[in-house]
Ligand binder design. Sequence first.
Ligand code: SF4
Ligand code: SF4
Ligand code: SF4
Length: 319
Amino acid sequence: MNEVKNGATMTTESAPQKPVSRPPIRHFQIPLTLGGKLYVWRFLIARRLVQIGVLILFIGTAHWGWTLFNQPVLSGDLSSSRFLGVIPLSDPFAVLQIIASRHMPIFDAFLGAAIVFLFYLLLGGRVFCSWLCPVNMVTDLANWLREKVGVRSLFIVPAKTRYWGLLLALILSFILGVAAFEWISPIAVMHRELIFGMGIGLIAVLGIFIFDLLIMAHGWCGHLCPLGAFWSIVGRVGQVRVAFDDAACSRCGDCVKVCPEPLVLNFKEAARHGMIRFGECTNCGKCVSICPEQCLSFNLRACIRKGAEPSQTTHNSSS
Ligand code: SF4
Ligand code: SF4
Ligand code: SF4
């Protein structure tokens, strides 16, 4: 019987349920043709285009004065920016820290935070992580390298540690009277320095790279980052979800192996709700791309049909 982590292990439980016949287990194979490879990498390519494209818009506006309709295209940085000179965009977590620090943000910051918040509420909070945050490119590279080289984690902390980090950021903001995480945030530092010039702050980003590469798999983004924790909370009600077709799933476990947040791929939960419900899912699409049975896909929460309680599994005899 196939066994993978999390919900897949429930397939071996001996509850008196009607067995479900599953497709034979076939593992993901990278296609041989370029077209096939590009199809598998489609979400990765799209994510990098968005991440780098937004960065280029910031850099072009700051350094070459790019305009559209006679307005600066995208000025500022990820913490606080302005699109076409009129639409304010602010990081809602930064605004929350300013409020916790007992200062009153200006109206534009509130409005910008509301716009950004609603945008990610629709798309799924951690879409910010895998589609926009520049640090994601660094941690993806570190974790890709560690898998190639076969580095083992020196230690592991619970994934929920990030929520304590979020709370600590708010408490420190209150005590110190400044937006505490903003002062040390590698996301803000990396973004600012990529736009306005390299500086000593990139040491923090190098530290995250080394930490993820040599010390803990998915250490920063998957366990510690307070901003990732904030977007995970928002993601719980995000409307774009990874839909899951339980009947088509062979429980091969390939999706769990590629997922940067493996705890979210709980098959029992996914079968019951017809989707990956956990807010920690970044909608990166890695699992969707590699599923050999095409039982994972993006869909709107409202269009996803809830599944029945999952039953015991039997695989077709050809397995
Ligand atoms: S967890 Fe933090 S650093 Fe990682 S991608 Fe999300 S916001 Fe960026
Ligand atoms: S969802 Fe797809 S990749 Fe994941 S276990 Fe099922 S068949 Fe395998
Ligand atoms: S469940 Fe899929 S989309 Fe969500 S984080 Fe994991 S691999 Fe990415």
